[in-house]
Design a protein around this ligand. Sequence first.
Ligand SMILES: [Zn+2]
Length: 247
Amino acid sequence: MARQRKVAVIGLSLALSAGLVALAGPAESRLPRQSPVDVTYGAVRYDPSLPLLHISYHHSDIQLRYVQKDASTPGGCSTRQHEETEEAEVEPGTAHVTLAGVRYDLIQFHFHTPSEHRFDGQTAPLEMHLVHRDAAQELLVIGVPLKAGDPSTVDKVLAALAPECGANVHVGEIDLNSLLPHERTSARYTGSLTTYPYSEGVKWFLMKDKTVSQATLSRFQHLFTSGNARAPQPLNGRTVVVDRPHI
Ligand SMILES: [Zn+2]
């Protein structure tokens, strides 16, 4: 087994030296603190001194739009590129979080199938990313795994999916607070955007899972038949800190 791994490593280094890395596609980045990650038990530390994440979410009118990354490609309107997604636009000022006195406003939330983050190797069928930005343009993202079960607010958001080349879908008003799990425990680490340009310094808060109906899961998976998730990236010595002793 060890020998096979060594051979594989040599093969990879040859490929890199031959310049073949370009063929690996835009999901590759050589930066060291990338996202998503597989949260393994050994990487988790409990830190009782973490500042609380204060969440202030209210009601907002929502528009769902398709985020297209292949507009200049022939057939782009029907090709599902893996960095594309369905994104819900939030009315400015309707939701924000505060961390250590810094306010981050919710800008949008979007979805990946399967989940991008893993917990000890386990994926969820869907993951929601709620993207917040502060006045200095720093990003804080809350990730919520979504599993099949009782219907939730996510069912309303994804009831009709926006077409890749067409009009946005007007979802109507939703209670943003109901998107998050009741218990606000989080696992935190510093990572990156999971799509190009993979910018680092993103504060990630991974929360407990919520449910969504199987019908909504299937609708999203039917749109992204090859998935729209980036593979887990190496932790490279990073720890994941939790704000409760048990998560
Ligand atoms: Zn995302």
